[in-house]
Design a protein around this ligand. Structure first.
Ligand code: PHE
Length: 488
């Protein structure tokens, strides 16, 4: 087939695909497909798109081409001495059309003087309709006189369709055989001489390639990885944060957060109904925490109120990962304290009013350093180093209040895009009222800080509504296409 097409192209100066299809008696679309593939070889053939109207006979048109037009059939059915109109009407099919056409051509006449009789008016006729339809049938004509074409269309003898075709001529590199281009060099080719004779397919460096199917990290997970990397570079170890349900004791009381603190009521914290209470709080430690809240100690006056075990036992969804830090500090105090640095990045829950920047669950990033005689200077130094690794160098600290840190500082960074100072974290030195009841040595300080994961992620990825980042409205395409990281 390929050979035949190439030979046909070879023997004409230019040829149309329709003509090739007719000569080879092959479906035109197949020829076009082949011509298209030839086009991809450089200078092999020249191709020019064309369109023409293709006329075909309808079944009725085909019948007329075979048997003659109704008017001719009618004419031929009239004997030389005429025939009564009634007889003709009964014996000739399509009498009505045949009669009116034959009359209008002047082929016949009707004599109504007695019984209506029809006579031939001329000695012979030429059935032009049949002749034209035969020519169309054999595709001999391209141009039929337009009045005839119009008439044939009106009589529904032909249909006309637009056909797209191509005019083809030989190119400079035309050959009667196509060399198959080799895409893979095989060991056999190199062993012999075959590689010398074959044509290699050119590399298409612009081909996009198939992108491997894979999972996609959510932007939060990408930024989380980045933060984890920074902590690890700075020598921190990761804390276990696998307890989303926490007792009020570890979340609040152990942090010296008074039981009447507004953050502890139902408007801010989710309480569990089942199991409602935590029953495995270490008793000795609980007593010490109770004492520091009620009477103070270690030079502190405490809060001087009636601290209740039942309040401390209430199970909640943890409101901050500082609960995990508290647990690990308590553990350190029990197992011969050694200086250490820990971090965590995990979810916390708050009974918030939901809006464009707040959800009831979000991630906190938290770092703690426990060592001898740490000061505020250490805290500021570590924070500067930490944020520098994130690309944030313009920092400001603003005094604030946390029940468990003193002093406490909010951290602000100048946002070049927003052209203003934005709060990026909270920090402080844990209070002696928190650390000493655990049994940590008195000259130990713990510096700590925490920030949200969602906030820097939204800034980095240019997302202004948190619902586009988390929840059922998240556009998965955003997840698939979001950059792995950003270079500063
Ligand atoms: N736990 C604090 C918060 O929820 C963050 C913080 C952690 C502050 C450690 C000081 C020290 O925002």
């Amino acid at each position: 087939m390929e050979d035949k097409i190439l030979k046909t192209i070879n023997s004409f100066e230019t040829i149309e695909t329709l003509e090739i299809a007719r000569l080879l008696n092959v479906d035109h679309q197949k020829i076009i497909g082949f011509i298209k593939s030839l086009e991809s070889f450089t200078k092999f053939i020249n191709v020019q798109p064309m369109s023409c109207k293709n006329i075909t006979l309808t079944p009725e048109g085909l019948e007329i081409a075979q048997n003659g037009s109704y008017e001719a059939i009618l004419y031929n059915s009239i004997p030389l001495n005429g025939i009564s109109q009634k007889d003709l009407m009964e014996n000739v099919k399509n009498y009505k059309i045949g009669f009116s056409k034959a009359m209008s051509f002047g082929w016949i006449k009707l004599d109504k003087s007695n019984e209506p009789t029809i006579y031939r008016q001329v000695d012979s006729i030429v059935d032009q309709v049949q002749q034209w339809l035969l020519k169309i049938k054999d595709s001999i004509v391209e141009d039929i006189p337009s009045n005839l074409k119009h008439e044939f269309k009106r009589r529904k003898l032909i249909t006309e369709n637009l056909v797209k075709s191509y005019r083809v001529s030989k190119g400079l590199e035309f050959k009667l055989k196509i060399d198959k281009e080799i895409t893979d060099l095989s060991p056999e080719m190199i062993e012999g001489d075959l590689w010398k004779d074959v044509t290699f397919k050119k590399y298409n460096f612009k081909a996009l390639g198939v992108s491997p199917s894979s999972g996609h990290f959510h932007p939060l997970m990408k930024v989380k990885t980045q933060f984890r990397q920074i902590f690890l570079e700075m020598g921190f170890s990761e804390m276990a944060t696998n307890n989303y349900i926490e007792s009020s004791f570890w979340n609040f009381d152990a942090l010296f957060q008074p039981q009447n603190h507004p953050a502890r009521d139902e408007h801010d914290t989710f309480f569990l109904s089942d199991p409602k209470n935590c029953l495995d709080i270490p008793l000795e430690y609980l007593k010490k925490v109770k004492k520091i809240h009620t009477h103070g100690g270690f030079g502190s006056l405490g809060y001087q109120y009636d601290w209740k075990t039942e309040e401390a036992q209430k199970n909640i969804l943890r409101t901050h990962t500082t609960a995990a830090s508290t647990r690990i500090l308590y553990k350190l105090a029990q197992d011969n304290f050694k200086p250490c640095k820990y971090f965590s990045i995990d979810k916390v829950y708050r009974n918030e009013n939901l809006d464009a920047t707040h959800l009831a669950e979000f991630h906190q990033i938290e770092g703690i350093i426990a060592d001898y005689d740490l000061s505020l200077g250490h805290l500021m130094g570590v924070l500067k180093e930490f944020y520098k690794k994130l690309g944030l160098t313009k920092l400001r600290f603003k005094p604030t209040y946390n029940p468990y840190t003193e002093p406490s500082m909010e951290i602000y960074s100048y946002h070049d895009g927003l052209n203003k100072w934005v709060e990026i974290g909270n920090s402080g030195i844990f209070r002696p009222e928190m650390l000493l009841p655990m049994g940590l040595p008195t000259n130990i300080s713990v510096i700590a800080w925490g920030l949200s994961l969602e906030r820097p992620t939204m800034i980095l990825y240019g997302i202004s509504n948190i619902r586009e980042l988390v929840g059922h409205k998240v556009n998965l395409q955003m997840v698939y296409e979001s950059p792995i990281c950003f270079f500063k």
